[in-house]
Design a protein around this ligand. Structure first.
Ligand code: IFL
Length: 454
């Protein structure tokens, strides 16, 4: 008996404990890719989604979490037709300015179990509501520690803090050293293994066997460095994607794997690079983000003068990315887009007329291309602020304040959609319904009579 126990323990530690239940898994319940579209339960699965980077934080037990709020936010989102959330799985403790705290990893190998339990709780609540999640395992941006903090641990010199210097070019260039820093890569893989092989403490289910996970994502907005990345930096970035995605796949064959790329804007405007990053068979679908204000396409203080040019550029950006997906024969998700409130206000009481128009135009285009049979899998708007409220007159987040869609490196209220934004909520709800209706009627993969409607 003792010997059996010992063998089992060794197998477990070695990660060789092949789940005997693999054959019993309901494979139809996992989102998969078929004919360049998402499919679940034998039917098309379109994502009408939101970003909720802090979902695991809300789920944490104790003072950090707000479980009651989380339940209400999920009910609200579900009622709106939202079926997918994009969530930060792990954060790294950092002294960088304007970063979230506490964090999951306080030092290499030291993980905060209560934040991981928060993720467990979130996943359990999503499962109960038949919603899915994209879980990202790192961040190019320093607001959750991310690659910058890995370099602080292993880079030899303190990483550059862009929120102090405002020199983002330098930050991006230096941050790309993460991809080739061997010790950083070892620790990144250790974290991936820790999360992917975790057993959910609420449901008792291994993450690898949880159909509520739609995809493991390498990072939030990984990019090869600055806009003038060299061919060597681009090659290192593509290699990092292929290797990391293959590593995740080796740990978990049941779930999709994605990059978290912004698209051209995060690929030094190099279409070939964007394609190469998503070409590996270990990456199942393409991702892209649309940020007209961040990219200088729109001036919220001069909306009338800048709207047309902004919309032309935005629609073009959306269209070419769908064409890239066609080229690779994989689905694509617009997993971030947003615009600020009228007049660039952060005040929750200010109107969202321009944002609402922008959302509508974006949804229309995605819907049109999906209806035309293009490999469009859906959208996640950025971001759900829900019942969160800015606590300070300067709109900057401080530890203990409500978390909301805007991470701590940006003003609280910049891009968040609050539960009081009736106009935006109406538009999101309408378009979510239209997208789900398309899933029920698209002829290319009609669900079997017994399959559940999405
Ligand atoms: O908050 C930003 C986030 O880091 C991101 N993309 C853009 C957001 C808004 O600026 O991933």
């Amino acid at each position: 008996m003792k010997r059996t126990f010992a063998i089992a323990a060794v197998l477990l530690v070695a990660g060789a404990w092949k789940s005997t239940r693999a054959a019993d898994l309901d494979h139809q319940a996992f989102v998969a890719v078929k004919e360049a579209r998402f499919v679940r339960h034998g039917a098309p699965y379109f994502i009408a989604g939101a970003n909720l980077w802090y979902g695991g934080y809300l789920g944490a037990p104790g003072a950090v979490g707000q479980r009651e709020r989380l339940g209400k936010e999920l009910d609200r989102l579900k009622a709106l037709g939202i079926n997918n959330l994009r969530v930060l799985a792990v954060s790294e403790k950092t002294a960088m300015k304007s970063a979230v705290s506490p964090a999951t990893t306080s030092a290499p190998g030291a993980y905060d179990e209560s934040l991981l339990r928060g993720l467990d709780f979130l996943m359990a609540e999503l499962g109960r509501r038949d919603m899915t999640a994209v879980l990202y395992l790192n961040n190019f941006w320093q607001w959750s520690g991310g690659m910058t903090q890995y370099l602080n641990w292993f880079g030899g010199t303190p990483a550059h803090d862009p929120n102090v210097s405002r020199d983002f070019e330098r930050f991006m260039r230096e941050n790309a050293r993460f991809y080739t820093n061997e010790r950083a890569q070892l620790e990144y893989r250790r974290v991936i293994a820790h999360v992917v092989q975790r057993v959910n403490t609420v449901t008792g289910k291994p993450y690898r066997e949880d159909p509520a996970i739609l995809s493991w994502q390498l990072a939030n907005e990984p990019r090869p460095g600055s806009a003038s990345a060299t061919p060597e930096e681009k090659a290192a970035y593509v290699k990092w994607i292929a290797d990391s995605a293959a590593y995740i796949r080796s740990l978990d064959p049941h779930h999709l794997v994605s990059t978290g790329s912004e698209g051209l804007a995060g690929s030094a405007r190099d279409a070939q690079l964007f394609l190469d990053a998503h070409r590996t068979p270990a990456v199942d679908y393409l991702t892209y983000h649309l940020w007209p204000k961040n990219w200088g396409w729109f001036d919220s203080k001069r909306p009338a003068e800048t709207w047309d040019g902004m919309m032309d550029k935005s629609l073009h950006y959306l269209n070419v990315h769908v064409d890239y997906a066609k080229t690779l024969g994989k689905p694509i998700v617009l997993e971030e887009f947003g615009l600020d409130r009228d007049g660039a206000s952060f005040d929750i009481k200010s109107p969202t007329t321009v944002r609402d128009r922008f959302y509508h135009e974006v949804f229309e285009l995605v819907q049109r291309r999906a209806a035309a049979g293009d490999p469009v899998a859906g959208w996640n708007f950025w971001a759900w602020g829900g019942a969160g409220r800015a606590a300070n007159a300067d709109y900057w987040w401080r530890p203990g304040n409500d978390l909301m869609g805007d991470p701590p490196q940006e003003e609280q209220g910049l891009y968040s959609v609050f539960d009081s934004d009736a106009g935006t909520l109406g538009i999101i709800g309408d378009h979510a319904r239209r997208l789900h209706a398309l899933g029920r009627t698209q002829p290319w993969l009609r669900p079997a009579a017994s399959a559940a409607a999405p």
